[in-house]
Design a protein around this ligand. Structure first.
Ligand code: PMP
Length: 375
């Protein structure tokens, strides 16, 4: 039996998502751009998913562009917006704890003449709107910050930051990577004050390889993939209707239970921390008021060694973020978690389907590893 506690890396597709994908592969397999009936059927499926996803963030279908995942959504947001709005304004402001798909894209734009300002948390490990405001200027075209950090679960004050920045600099385009918040922490595009929002399906029990970018009405982006002008010309390429259908099914299933699942996951998190409370050498890295879905702890052994030990006990967790393939991403350091504490960081990421028994198996295995493993 395996205990899967790496849901911030990816989740198990729900039955509804799988069924929707299979239907779009076996029955409604037309190309949504085709003008015949089979094409129309596929288009209706994609449109229905678009409507569900749009509604779930308080948006209209016309605001949603499907992509191959949040990595592409983040690339489209940063590259597409900076190409349009950065002709005269050369500064891009991001937080220092962004996912690689924002950080590396910003770093690439830096080599192309943009000035990238990275705002760090203060010594207390928290971000402040005043610091983002100070980093912005009349020369700034874009501000990008995530809502929930994927490594620690820390909730960034995106709404407050975007509102104060928009008040002073209405021309700055605001982008929010909401991948780890979507269907977990309630937010709406309007109240978040984000012009662009990135979403990913496989973090919400959809299938890997599809995501979305919310684009506020009136905001223009230069496409990064050109071709047949699908998705209103913003993202060319035949839409992956099976993956989109699965995305819509997963979102449709989860959209009404955000509060209920939050309660359950908060309880699971509290239970886990209680189990680990008196364990020698275990420290909690996630803030108390962070997303309960991500629990980052440090323990005395090196992360990879502990990961492998846990794996031998059938338990799957992660060190830092899976995307960095075990390398320390520097994000923990930004939150003040450095040295041995960073070396021993383990990320447990749960869902509402996680059980108390599974967390007990993890806690027991961790304790066993702490006393028995060398490293
Ligand atoms: N942003 C965040 C915060 C993430 O956690 C991830 C997934 N690790 C991504 C972006 C990239 O998403 P995708 O896998 O859909 O490209």
């Amino acid at each position: 039996m395996s205990v899967y506690l790496d849901n911030a890396a990816t989740t198990r597709p729900c039955e509804e998502a799988v069924a929707a994908a299979v239907n779009a592969m076996t029955v409604a397999y037309g190309n949504p751009s085709s003008l015949h009936r089979a094409g129309l059927e596929a288009q209706l499926i994609a449109d229905s998913a678009r409507k569900t996803i749009a509604a779930s963030i308080g948006a209209d279908s016309s605001n949603i562009v499907f992509t191959s995942g949040a990595t592409e959504s983040n690339n489209l947001a940063l590259r597409g917006a900076s190409a349009v709005y950065g002709r005269k304004k050369h500064r891009i402001v991001i937080s220092s704890v962004e996912h690689a798909s924002v950080e590396e894209t910003a770093a690439d734009l830096e080599t192309k003449g943009f000035e990238v300002v990275r705002v760090s948390p203060r010594a207390d490990g928290r971000f402040y709107a005043a610091d983002f405001l100070e980093a912005c200027s009349d020369d700034t075209c874009l501000l990008s910050m995530m809502l929930v950090n994927n490594e620690t679960g820390y909730i960034l004050p995106a709404k407050e930051v975007f509102s104060s920045v928009k008040r002073r600099y209405p021309g700055i385009i605001t982008h929010c990577d909401c991948v780890q918040a979507y269907m977990k922490i309630p937010f709406k595009a309007g109240t978040l004050n984000a012009d662009l929002i990135s979403l990913s399906a496989h973090k919400i029990h959809g299938v890997k390889g599809v995501g979305a970018l919310y684009i506020k009405k009136g905001v223009r982006l230069q496409p990064i993939i050109t071709g047949g002008k699908q998705e209103k010309g913003i993202r060319s390429g035949t839409e992956s209707v099976p993956l989109i259908a699965a995305f819509g099914a997963a979102a449709g299933k989860l959209q009404h239970s955000i509060g209920e699942r939050y309660e359950r996951v908060s309880g699971l998190r509290a239970g886990l921390l209680e189990l680990l409370k008196d364990t020698e050498g275990v420290e909690v890295n996630s803030p108390e008021d962070g997303s309960p879905y991500v629990i980052n702890i440090s323990q005395p052994k090196r992360s990879e060694i502990m990961l492998h030990f846990l794996e031998s006990r059938g338990v799957y967790v992660s060190s830092g973020s899976a995307c960095s393939k075990g390398q320390q991403s520097g994000v923990l350091g930004q939150f003040g978690i450095t040295g041995k504490r960073a070396d021993g960081a383990v990320r447990i990421s749960i869902t509402a389907e996680t059980t108390e028994e599974e967390l007990k198996i993890f806690a027991d295995a961790l304790k066993e590893g702490i006393v028995s493993v060398r490293g």
